[in-house]
Design a protein around this ligand. Structure first.
Ligand code: ZN
Length: 300
């Protein structure tokens, strides 16, 4: 399998951005991303509108987008009600996620990681019955705002069981942006060693402490095949006010392009999307390639 870039800006980016976009603006964003060559776009989330007000209109966004053939529009859910809403909105993939540590998950989802995992395993057949794939992502897999360092053995136990349960992809997320490349290499290498290549592993990094792209490189070298990123580096971190967001998709694509890793994404078009989004949000975005521009190896 090749390397896939998964755009999470419309979900992870916008849900943490101080500015609110209308459903029509979100639809325009998703369509611009698809036109730039993104083939996997996390388009919204189906969580309680009180918990994440910025995603309350995800149904309208899914109803508004013109579906491009070959593009997968996914939705995030955190419980059975969310999965029902996602399926009703005809998402192309369901993404499930819970926090790997006890305190983080109790605070965010009011249950233990073990109970959450069991609940998601019970939801899996419902998603499979709809004939679409289901990803399970472990949040705070590299560090927790309440418990600090996370035991890699704990992560591996969930990874192994998720693979056995039949999830189509497994994601490891550095939700608060604290990981460093050596840690990423160790965890992804261990995950690969545990489950082999039967289930693809996705890497989800935030650039909160400027290690995001270095971590993506480490994950690439250690067997990750799916890379989450948000156009313009949108988003933030709910536990670190003023923190920067996800790694910027165009920064990631610049790196992969230069390394000869094919993504099918048009970097110049993507930079234009980032600049357009900056105008829509009305504040500066963190992406760097959107400011510097691409590097033409053959001078114009
Ligand atoms: Zn995230």
């Amino acid at each position: 399998m090749g390397i896939q870039v998964q755009e999470v800006g419309p979900r992870d980016g916008l849900q943490n951005d101080p500015a609110r976009l209308s459903a029509a603006q979100k639809v325009a964003l998703v369509e611009r991303l698809a036109a730039a060559g993104l083939r996997r776009i996390e388009t919204g989330s189906f969580v309680h509108p009180r918990a994440v007000p910025a995603m309350a209109d995800s149904e309208a966004v899914f109803a508004g987008i013109h579906r491009r053939p070959g593009v997968s529009y996914s939705g995030l859910a955190l419980n059975g009600r969310g999965v029902e809403r996602a399926l009703a909105a005809t998402v192309d993939e369901v993404h499930l996620s819970f926090g790997i540590t006890e305190s983080f998950n109790q605070k965010n989802q009011r249950q233990s990681p073990e109970d959450n995992f069991r609940a998601f395993c019970e939801l899996l057949p419902k998603v499979k019955a709809a004939g679409i794939p289901c990803t399970l992502t472990f949040s705070v897999a590299f560090g927790c705002p309440f418990e600090g360092q996370v035991d890699p053995g704990r992560v591996m136990s969930f990874v192994e069981r998720a693979a056995e349960a039949g999830f189509d992809e497994i994601g490891l997320a550095d939700t608060i942006g604290v990981a460093v490349p050596s840690q990423v290499s160790a965890l992804f290498t261990r995950a690969r060693g545990t489950i082999g290549t039967r289930v693809p592993i996705a890497a989800h990094f935030h650039n909160t402490r400027s290690t995001g792209l270095a971590n993506a490189y480490a994950a690439l070298e250690s067997g990750a095949t799916i890379f989450d990123a948000a156009v313009g580096g949108t988003g933030g971190c709910p536990f670190a006010p003023n923190a920067t967001g996800n790694i910027a998709t165009e920064d990631l694509v610049y790196m992969l392009d230069g390394m000869g890793v094919a993504t099918g994404i048009d970097l110049e078009a993507l930079i234009e999307v980032a600049r357009w989004l900056e105008g829509q949000l009305g504040h500066r975005l963190e992406g760097m390639v959107m400011k510097a521009g691409p590097f033409r190896t053959v001078p114009a």
